[in-house]
Every structure is written in structure tokens, then in C-alpha cells.
Write a protein that binds this ligand. Structure first.
Ligand SMILES: [Fe+2]
Ligand SMILES: [Fe+2]
Length: 310
């Protein structure tokens, strides 16, 4: 898409952005992050005369610690996401108002997960701080995605983040963490709806290129947290625990959006649209097959482990 075409599309979508910003503002709760943190559990660390952190102080399991840390570090990289979105969507008018509103909402997420983890001594604060420094210095670079690709990506990404927060909360076995992460997941869901409606409008304006963007983003999808130190190892643990795995990615993130957009029911597509839809069908089948293999291998490993124990 040329710069001229992108500008024209931004203009064509502006009314949808305006409507959805109004709808979003009317449906978003004005929630208070401090009300989700058990402050009375907090105490000083060594330098201020308290106790240093030790693993026995954490009530979280090792996998729950990993998942919470990964979710927090992903949220910590907000300045990069803000920059990427601002570059793609612009800083003016309804687009700019949305980018700033979205950023203000996202900022709560890292701040209250960190407060919760520090107050409850859930994770090693030094390790966490070093990882935050490394993550933010690595930054997040979406590779200058074209507008439609960026819009398709954020739909999947917001929904993936929603599912990952919600499942981490359930897995944590701590009602305080679960309540906090369920609250954040509601924000992510509203963000997803905003972008989903934008893509719906784009599908009407320019179906072929929008379908191509959706297909490309399904094929190349990577979590924004992939720049975090040790990401691959953490992602494997989280997948083994069933917090976020390929089955969940296919069933709870990709397919609900594909179905919502009624992609396989659309009629009258041009050659580009038909080609993109065919590629999407193949990509979804391949993802589904990989998910099935993953679940099978995980079950086999589980059976092996319980046989060892027995
Ligand atoms: Fe977030
Ligand atoms: Fe979000």
C-alpha cells in the first residue's frame, strides 16, 4: 500500500474510530488499580532494614511466577507499543485520541501487577528489575507493518493478552491475583473489540487487502513478549501448564475473530481476496494440526510422568 493509499484509508476509517472511541469510553470502567493490591502484606526489603527476598516467601508456584513475570514484562514494554501505534495510526484527530487513551489504560496493567508482586513477594524483585531493563532496552519493533497489517495484528494480540491474563489468574491459585488479572483481561477485551470493529470496517472498504493482512498476521503471529530474556523457555512452561498453548491460540484467539468477521461466508471477493482466503484456510488447518500434535505430546509426557511416579 502506498503512502497515499494509507492516508486515504486512515481518512476513510476515521468515522469508525470516532464512533468506537465514543462507544469505548461509554463502556470502559474507571477502575482503580490501588484497590486490587493487598498493601497490608507489604514490608521493607534489606536496604531499609527489612528482610531480603527469598523464594520461600512466594505463595506462587514456579510456573505461576513465570507466567506473571512474563505478563508483567510484556506490559512493561508499553513505551515501544505507544511509539509503534503512534507511528502507524497517527497522532492527530480521533486516531491520536485513541492512541493516547489506549496508552493511559495500558499503563495501569504493568503498574498494578508490579505492585501486587512486590507487596506479596511473589517474585524475585532484583531478577524482575533486571529483566525489565533488558526488555525495555530491547524494545519492541513491529517492523513497520502497513496499516491493515497493524490493525489485524493488534486484534489477535489484544485477545491473546486477554486470554493469557485470565488463564494466568486462574492458574495462580491466589484469589487476589485472579481478581486483578480478570480486571486487566476485561480491559484487553475492550481493546480487542475496538480493533476488531476497525477491521470489520476495513473489510467493507477494501476486502482483498484486508483479508491479505489478516492472513499474513495469522501466519506470522508472535507475542509482543518475544523480546523478553528467556522468552522461549518461559513460553514452553506456560504452554505445558495449559495457560497459553497452540490449542488455546487457535480455538480462543484466532478462530473467534475469523468467525466474527464471517470470512468464510463472504461472497463476491476479487482474485486477491480469494487467494488470501485460500491461504488463510490452509494456515488455519496447519495451525490446528500443530495444536493437535502439541496436545497429544503433552498428554503422552503427562502419562509418562505419572507412570514414573507410579
Ligand atoms: Fe495490557
Ligand atoms: Fe490491551
Amino acid at each position: 500500500m502506498t503512502t497515499f493509499e494509507t492516508r486515504a484509508l486512515l481518512k476513510q476509517l476515521e468515522a469508525t474510530v470516532e464512533d468506537n472511541l465514543d462507544r469505548h469510553l461509554a463502556s470502559a470502567d474507571d477502575w482503580m488499580p490501588h484497590e486490587y493490591v493487598p498493601w497490608s502484606e507489604g514490608r521493607n526489603f534489606a536496604v531499609l532494614g527489612g528482610e531480603p527476598w527469598a523464594i520461600g516467601q512466594s505463595r506462587l508456584s514456579p510456573v505461576a511466577r513465570t507466567a506473571l513475570e512474563l505478563n508483567l514484562l510484556t506490559e512493561d514494554n508499553l513505551p515501544s507499543y505507544h511509539r509503534e501505534l503512534g507511528n502507524t495510526l497517527g497522532r492527530r484527530g480521533a486516531w491520536g485520541a485513541w492512541v493516547n487513551r489506549w496508552t493511559a489504560e495500558e499503563y495501569r496493567h504493568a503498574s498494578c501487577i508490579r505492585d501486587y508482586l512486590l507487596v506479596t513477594r511473589g517474585v524475585d524483585p532484583q531478577r524482575l528489575e533486571r529483566a525489565r531493563m533488558a526488555t525495555m532496552q530491547a524494545g519492541f519493533d513491529s517492523g513497520d507493518k502497513p496499516l491493515l497489517h497493524a490493525c489485524a495484528y493488534v486484534c489477535f494480540q489484544e485477545l491473546a493478552t486477554r486470554v493469557s491474563h485470565r488463564n494466568t489468574g486462574r492458574y495462580s491459585a491466589d484469589p487476589v491475583a485472579e481478581r486483578l488479572l480478570a480486571r486487566i483481561a476485561m480491559d484487553e477485551n475492550l481493546h480487542m473489540i475496538f480493533y476488531r470493529n476497525l477491521v470489520t470496517a476495513a473489510l467493507e472498504i477494501t476486502p482483498g487487502p484486508t483479508l491479505r493482512a489478516i492472513t499474513d498476521e495469522v501466519i506470522s503471529f508472535a507475542m509482543p513478549g518475544s523480546v523478553i530474556p528467556g522468552y522461549a523457555r518461559s513460553a514452553v512452561q506456560i504452554a505445558k501448564a495449559g495457560i497459553y498453548d497452540l490449542r488455546i491460540h487457535h480455538d480462543d484467539v484466532i478462530m473467534p475473530l475469523v468467525r466474527h468477521w464471517r470470512i468464510f461466508e463472504a461472497e463476491g471477493l476479487d482474485a486477491e481476496g480469494e487467494q488470501a482466503r485460500g491461504d488463510l484456510k490452509a494456515a488455519l488447518e496447519a495451525l490446528d494440526a500443530r495444536a493437535a500434535r502439541f496436545v497429544e505430546r503433552r498428554a503422552e509426557a503427562e502419562t509418562g510422568r505419572s507412570a514414573d511416579r507410579g
